[in-house]
Ligand binder design. Structure first.
Ligand SMILES: Nc1nc2c(c(=O)[nH]1)N[C@H]1C(S)=C(S)[C@@H](COP(=O)(O)OP(=O)(O)OC[C@H]3O[C@@H](n4cnc5c(=O)[nH]c(N)nc54)[C@H](O)[C@@H]3O)O[C@H]1N2
Ligand SMILES: Nc1nc2c(c(=O)[nH]1)N[C@H]1C(S)=C(S)[C@@H](COP(=O)(O)OP(=O)(O)OC[C@H]3O[C@@H](n4cnc5c(=O)[nH]c(N)nc54)[C@H](O)[C@@H]3O)O[C@H]1N2
Ligand code: SF4
Ligand SMILES: [Mo]
Length: 672
């Protein structure tokens, strides 16, 4: 076997790697995200995903291995029966931001054409949906980072609000060694330790902090008036709306001293080249969209977006977190980042799909609302799950488990027996990253080609095969070859905001990725889409006035401590993949809760004690880790194991429908 150029199975950096004989993994140096030759521990050990013994290799019907045709016939007939008894919306589809563009596209078409259901959404709702909503409002388009990652290296200052890239995307840090870094995080993380300035707010107060910083920028006359006049609208209204956010008030709310806010604003304003980036820490709140709007307002006032060498960006998370939100697995969306309620968009896509536009269902429920409705009167009775493990990763997980248990039919596609797959009536065993080809759009908006490097084990088929085989039984023809699906996707996206029509597999290979929009095969692609104008009708970026508000759940006498959640280096998401890799389990063997020494002393908790953490929604046990890197009023739990999400609050952001993963009220006790 010769070495094959492909990409990592995990996060949105999509580090380039070569897979050689014996499944050796070597970093590629031609992919800018990790041109330094870096991979993180998850990337280095990814080969084990292909060989470890826990691989599913046969379809399972009620836990028993069966032939493919038996499983496919069963699912198709059950879907038809449920649909004829309860109507098309009784069947729901849930996708994921780890799926290739081809799969995300096919899944959206499968829901709308083969099943005729409006009920499709995906785990990206839980990820960067707040940043996406805020970018759409401000810039008219959501390309998470509208610039190549290598641009960051030349900046003077980078502010990162609620991101811990040193653990979540280690090679990212190599792009940040030049600029001075300002990190906003309630914990002194590995990333915060690299920072020139670390602001350590109370969780859930970033919105106030951003308002306070903009208030200071105005008071200290640091606003780039010429940029504001030439490239934006709405600043006067925002300026007026900030009057009451004077710095001392913001200090009281956030706990961040005024002098630090001033230091941050001055650093950002003093220089020509600065970036403001947001991660999940700022975004996964019931006010995540407004929080990101406040940071974008700050960036606009300082004249950063749409200028070569400066900007605002969202650090997207999943492998195809960017592409996964563009091609129609989101409830309100059609391919090419088109809106499902836009008549012209419906006409165009219906033309590609060969169906009347009127047959494309309207928008359905968002991810959490969909899970919450399962098995309820009027809610879906069957769920088709591709690329997510909501028993672990959805908020209020016990409630979600109850809803899933109330279904008439749960079908999952996976390559391992995830906690959710274990509950399914039917599990289809599918191929994974290095066993199949497809495109992934990384956090920069660069479309990349993941190539098949090894033959899949006997007995598995691709997600595209499963979708096509079920569609065929339901009377529709779907393509199964990734390149042919991509060609159809190109046509479906043509003319939309995320226009892929000029991108081909050959071009991606020759050009080490192509940035969308790319409207023709002669077009070079668009690394920095906003340099001339923004994607709004008048070409100007829009300031959006927003106000701070408290989290959906405040601490009180019963639940006196804030819980925040997030990630550790060794594990990926729900852990379905990484909890099966020996070196990663060794690096991070068990769920833990991080708490400050003062809080631990007050609660009589010693390092290594098992503690019980409870919220209004559930209870969970974890090992105590005591660290002065966290605030006294806050504890932190990673969500890679069952437990953290039994506690979290499913309060939703009104615009993005993002749940409040990053803050809820809990009680912490030693488990006697
Ligand atoms: N190792 C690893 N890497 C990953 C993933 C993984 O599961 N594991 N997942 C990938 C995906 S899908 C994503 S979305 C990204 C996420 O990447 P990040 O956004 O970097 O990850 P998180 O750990 O969720 O959150 C980042 C930080 O937010 C902080 N935080 C918590 N509450 C608040 C708050 O109220 N305000 C502020 N400012 N900060 C707060 C946390 O302390 C945490 O350090 O990572 C990607 N990379
Ligand atoms: N408390 C808390 N909860 C969170 C978060 C948080 O910060 N705190 N973060 C949220 C975020 S940002 C995210 S992105 C979600 C992620 O959480 P999930 O949606 O659960 O994502 P994964 O764990 O990546 O689940 C992927 C599942 O699909 C399988 N899989 C991977 N690739 C494929 C494929 O190509 N095809 C198929 N069929 N299956 C595949 C994997 O084996 C695994 O079982 O969690 C969210 N939940
Ligand atoms: S940083 Fe992300 S893409 Fe790179 S090796 Fe690690 S998990 Fe893979
Ligand atoms: Mo994510």
């Amino acid at each position: 076997m010769t070495a094959t150029k492909t990409h990592c199975p995990y996060c949105a950096l999509q580090c380039g790697m070569e897979i050689g004989p014996g499944l050796t993994i070597t970093p590629r140096t031609d992919i800018p995200a990790n041109a330094s030759g870096a991979l993180c521990q998850k990337g280095w050990t990814a080969g084990e995903l292909l060989t470890n013994g826990e691989r599913l290799t046969s379809p399972l019907l009620h836990g028993e291995p069966v032939e493919w045709d038996v499983a496919l016939d069963y699912v198709a007939s059950r879907l038809s029966a449920i649909r004829s008894e309860h109507g098309p919306d009784a069947v729901a589809v849930f996708g994921g931001g780890g799926l290739t563009n081809e799969k995300a596209y096919s899944l959206g078409k499968f829901a709308r054409v083969a099943l005729g259901t409006s009920q499709i959404d995906y785990n990206g709702r839980f990820c960067m949906s707040s940043a996406a909503a805020a970018s759409l409002k401000a810039f008219g388009m959501d390309r998470g980072m509208p610039f190549p990652i290598t641009d960051l290296a030349d900046a003077d200052v980078v502010l990162l609000a609620g991101g811990n890239v040193a653990e979540t995307m280690p090679p990212f840090v190599r792009h940040l060694t030049g600029p001075r870094m300002i990190v906003i995080d309630p914990r002194r993380t590995q990333t915060a330790k690299l920072a020139w300035l670390h602001l350590q707010p109370t969780p859930g107060t970033d919105l106030a902090l951003a308002l306070g910083m903009l208030h200071l920028a105005i008071a200290d006359e640091l606003v780039d008036e010429a940029y504001v006049a030439a490239r934006t609208t709405g600043f006067d209204e925002v300026r007026t709306s900030l009057a009451s956010w004077w710095p001392e008030r913001v200090e009281r709310i956030t706990g961040v001293p005024v002098h630090q806010m001033r230091q941050a604003v001055r650093a950002l304003a003093a220089v020509g080249k600065a970036y403001i980036l947001t991660g999940r820490g700022a975004e996964q709140h019931s006010k995540g969209t407004d929080t990101v709007s406040a940071f974008i307002n700050l960036a606009l006032a300082l004249g950063l977006p749409g200028v070569h060498g400066s900007g605002y960006g969202c650090v997207t998370g999943q492998g195809n977190g960017q592409g996964g939100r563009e091609h129609g697995q989101k409830a309100d969306q059609l391919p090419g980042y088109r809106k499902i309620d836009d008549p012209a968009a419906r006409e165009h896509v219906a033309g590609v799909w060969g169906v009347p536009a009127a047959d494309i269902p309207g928008p359905g429920r968002s991810a959490y609302e969909l899970l919450d409705a399962l098995g309820t009167p009027g809610g879906p009775r069957a769920l088709m799950l591709f690329g997510s493990n909501p028993i672990i990763s959805a908020p209020a997980a016990e409630h979600v488990a109850e809803r899933i248990a109330a279904l008439d039919l749960l079908v999952t596609c996976d390559f391992v027996m995830s906690e959710t797959a274990a509950l399914a009536d039917v599990v289809f065993p599918v191929t994974q990253w290095a066993e199949e080809s497809g495109t992934m759009t990384n956090l920069e908006g660069r479309v990349l080609l993941r190539r098949r490097a090894v033959a899949p084990p006997e007995g598995v088929r691709s997600d595209l095969d499963v979708i096509a085989a079920l569609s065929e039984r339901l009377g529709h023809h779907f393509e199964t070859e990734p390149v042919r699906v991509f060609d159809e996707l190109r046509r479906a996206s043509q003319g939309g905001p995320a226009d892929y029509s000029g991108i081909t597999y050959e071009r991606i290979a020759d050009e080490t990725g192509v940035f969308w929009p790319c409207p023709s095969t002669e077009h070079p692609g668009t690394p920095r889409p906003f340099l001339d104008s923004f994607a709004t009708p008048d070409g100007r970026a829009r300031f959006v006035p927003v106000q701070h508000r408290p989290p959906a759940e405040e601490i009180d006498a019963d639940y006196p401590v804030y819980l925040s959640t997030g990630r550790v280096l060794a594990h990926y998401q729900s852990g379905a993949q990484t909890r099966r890799i020996a070196a990663l389990v060794q690096a991070a063997p068990e769920p833990f809760v991080e708490l400050h020494p003062d809080l631990a002393e007050q609660l009589d908790i010693a390092p290594g004690d098992v503690v019980r953490v409870s919220s209004r929604r559930g209870e969970s046990k974890a090992v105590a880790r005591i660290s002065d890197a966290i605030r006294r009023d806050t504890v932190f739990m990673p969500f890679h194991w069952e437990g953290a999400n039994r506690l979290t609050n499913p309060a939703l952001d009104p615009t993005s429908r993002m749940p409040e993963f990053k803050i809820c009220a809990v009680r912490v006790e030693r488990d006697s």
